[in-house]
Design a binder for this molecule. Structure first.
Ligand code: CP
Ligand code: NVA
Length: 315
């Protein structure tokens, strides 16, 4: 018996399977411009549906191009431009899309809605961002770190800013891979307590890694090899932007904060960025920023994730 694979959070790919997935990502990156007619392409003549209830540049285009370059095609649906926006249930939408398409990327609000898509679609569902998780992005960030430093182990990771979907996926990663992660978040903007607890339990079982919370960005950044940040108001929180700007004053990743990092420390940002808010332009566009490599890597990881979900798993 086989069952379909979904990718709703990072933990849907077992920790021990990630190194092979990232090695495959590297092959896809390296071979992008070469034709490999002899290789089996699991997305050949298949179609990827992209159901996006929030805006996107990187996630949408990287998956569209990934589907094309793997030999398939894609079909994009926004909530406004589909019957979802007029109240057609997720269950009905998922069931119908799965009868045309071979995998579905969903970007939406509640994680439960992504899970609902997965439950009702007979084909793999990939979480292209929810309010709780952003697994495709953090999978890419980890790939970027691995390519830059050679390994994830032995590094210190810092998260500066909002305890949002990105922070939650970083916490999940820290639990899975036993990373030392320090998060600096203002009071009232902490990451998900359940995700934190699960990750700490996973680290205890592994016997390595730590996840600490502070309200002091310098404490989190001290000696860090990887400093990550993200916008202060995520999609859906636009009305809170002014209040958030006030709450996050002092949480900007600038040259002064970066001076506290390890001498070879790098800066990541999933983009889009607000220069002068969560990160200064000189840091984002400076020599220690890998944000542009990170963004480019979304394509290679999208392909590897697409290949991974298309392999049936033993039920
Ligand atoms: N980083 C990221 O997911 O970007 P988009 O919102 O443009 O897809
Ligand atoms: N936290 C951001 C990430 C965007 C890629 C958001 O959810 O809007």
């Amino acid at each position: 018996m086989t069952a379909k694979r979904d990718f709703l959070t990072l933990a849907d790919v077992p920790a021990e399977a990630w190194p092979a997935l990232w090695d495959r990502t590297w092959e896809l990156e390296r071979d992008r411009d070469h034709a490999h007619a002899d290789r089996v392409r699991p997305f050949d003549r298949k179609t990827l549906a992209l159901v996006f209830e929030k805006a996107s540049t990187r996630t949408r285009v990287s998956f569209e191009v990934a589907a094309t370059e793997l030999g398939g095609a894609s079909s994009y649906l926004s909530s406004d431009g589909s019957q979802l926006g007029r109240g057609e249930p997720v269950a009905d939408t998922a069931r119908v899309l799965a009868s045309y398409c071979h995998a579905i990327v969903v970007r939406t609000f509640a994680q439960a809605r992504v899970a609902d898509f997965a439950r009702h679609a007979a084909v793999p569902v990939i979480n292209g961002l929810s309010d709780q998780h952003h697994p495709c992005q953090v999978a890419t960030d980890l790939y970027t770190v691995r390519r830059h430093f050679g390994d994830l182990a032995g590094r210190t990771y810092a998260w500066i800013g909002d305890g949002n979907n990105m922070a939650n996926s970083w916490i999940e990663a820290a639990g899975m891979f036993g990373l030392d992660l320090r998060l600096a978040c203002p009071d009232g903007y902490l990451p998900d307590a359940g995700i934190l607890q699960t990750a700490r339990t996973a680290q205890r079982a592994l016997g390595r890694g730590s996840i600490t919370l502070t309200t002091e960005p310098r404490e989190a950044a001290a000696g860090a090899h990887v400093i990550s940040t993200d916008v202060w108001a995520s999609m859906g929180q636009e009305a809170e932007a002014a209040r958030r700007r006030a709450a996050f004053a002092g949480y900007c990743v600038d040259a002064a904060l970066l001076a506290h990092a390890a001498p070879d420390g790098i800066v990541l940002h999933c983009l889009p960025a607000h220069r002068g808010e969560e990160i200064t332009g000189d840091v984002l566009d400076g020599p220690r920023s890998l944000a542009w490599v990170q963004a480019a890597n979304r394509l290679h990881v999208a392909k590897a994730v697409l290949e991974w979900v298309m392999q049936p798993r033993a039920a």
